[in-house]
Design a protein around this ligand. Structure first.
Ligand code: FAD
Ligand code: SF4
Length: 323
């Protein structure tokens, strides 16, 4: 297996992608050669689903991570037709989706199927994503007109802040991110995932190059660097085409290891309690109790400490006496 750290030479292109833009670089070459690309897009209600792309504009809908389970709809059926009719197909998705696509590849057409899997933390249930969208719409009194699951443009690659557009304003939040990383909302299968390994199912695997701060800090500009694992000759042939548009270095995987390349995340100890609360209270109450109240309490505590640090205690006592 070959491993690389990669960033697209075109910074505008890189900013449209979650990390270094290697997916766009490789899929550009497939589209230029007359191939078809499959990946995860968002519909008008911001639900994640898989679809087909034959142009770069359509393919661009797949860029950026959507931290929710993607509905496969008819994507695999359409990919089978493409393969049967002799078209070259690039299929991208989570490792379990890639394994599914490989399993239904028409016999004899394997050479025409290139697969890219993402190194996968796990996928949250769409039920919670929908509840979050409704909560934000109610809170900010309007319809959502755009979402960014991890807003790299305003906050950089390292930071994890989601943004939703309502009334043309971009509202930043970390509520969904907190839910995601607490691991209560992942699909049941993600807690015992057979694809959490350096033995990859796809020809090419892509991830954020976490570890770069120690291993290659001069390559990091906080606009995103991809880690790429290439497992097959077919993958390498296409990756080498894509790398013509990228800056890259071969790297040692041990410098870039992360939990999803080793094992599944365990179910949290408070898993049952979370879902009991989720189904017995409304989403807003669950969120307020978990995050907003604790953020407010934390802020009040910090403000108190700051005031105490600069205002003499005697003055505080006198002010308190007046109130
Ligand atoms: C749910 C999820 C969990 C992830 N977990 C990790 C992780 O733990 N560690 C890590 O390093 N990287 C993780 N990633 C992968 C990741 O950060 C990027 O895919 C990777 O950095 C590639 O970067 P890029 O700039 O080339 O991709 P981009 O241009 O952003 O391309 C995005 C690619 O991801 C696919 N994709 C987007 N959303 C979904 C989805 N919901 N389901 C299936 N496919 C999707 C698209 O089809 C496309 O192939 C995750 C991504 C997702 C969607
Ligand atoms: S963690 Fe495993 S089972 Fe869950 S979506 Fe990712 S690849 Fe599929």
């Amino acid at each position: 297996m070959k491993t690389y750290i990669v960033k697209h030479k075109d910074i505008n292109s890189r900013m449209k992608s979650r990390s270094g833009g290697v997916f766009a670089a490789v899929s550009d070459k497939v589209l230029d050669a007359g191939g078809v690309v499959y990946g995860c897009a968002l519909d008008e209600q911001f639900n994640a689903y898989h679809r087909r792309a034959v142009t770069k504009e359509e393919r661009d809908l797949f860029r950026g991570s959507k931290y929710v389970q993607s509905d496969m709809k008819d994507a695999m059926k359409e990919a089978i037709v493409d393969l049967k009719e002799g078209r070259f197909v690039l299929f991208s998705g989570t490792p379990c989706q890639v394994a599914g696509m490989k399993a239904v590849c028409p016999p004899g057409k394997e050479e025409n199927l290139l697969t890219i899997d993402i190194v996968c933390h796990g996928v949250p249930s769409p039920v919670v994503w929908n509840a979050y969208k409704s909560y934000m719409e109610k809170k900010y009194h309007g319809r959502i007109t755009g979402v960014d699951f991890r807003n790299k443009r305003n906050h950089g690659w390292w930071e994890h802040i989601e943004s939703v557009k309502i009334h043309g304003l971009e509202v930043d939040s970390q509520i969904y991110k907190n839910l995601f990383y607490e691991h209560n909302i992942l699909r049941e299968c993600c807690y015992e995932c057979p694809y959490k390994s350096t033995e990859r199912v796809g020809d090419i695997s892509i991830a954020d190059a976490w570890g770069i701060a120690q291993a290659a800090p001069d390559f990091d500009d906080n606009h995103g660097v991809s880690l790429v694992l290439c497992s097959t000759d077919k993958g390498l042939k296409w990756l080498e085409q894509g790398l013509k548009d990228c800056d890259y270095r071969e790297c040692d995987l041990k410098d870039y290891m992360q939990e999803p390349l080793i094992r599944s995340f365990a179910k949290p100890a408070n898993y049952e309690q979370f879902w009991e609360e989720y189904f017995s209270k409304d989403f807003g109450t669950v969120i307020r109790e978990r995050y907003e109240d604790s953020v407010k309490t934390h802020m009040k505590w910090r403000i108190k400490r700051m005031v105490k640090a600069v205002v003499p205690q005697t003055l505080i006592n006198r002010l308190r006496g007046r109130v």
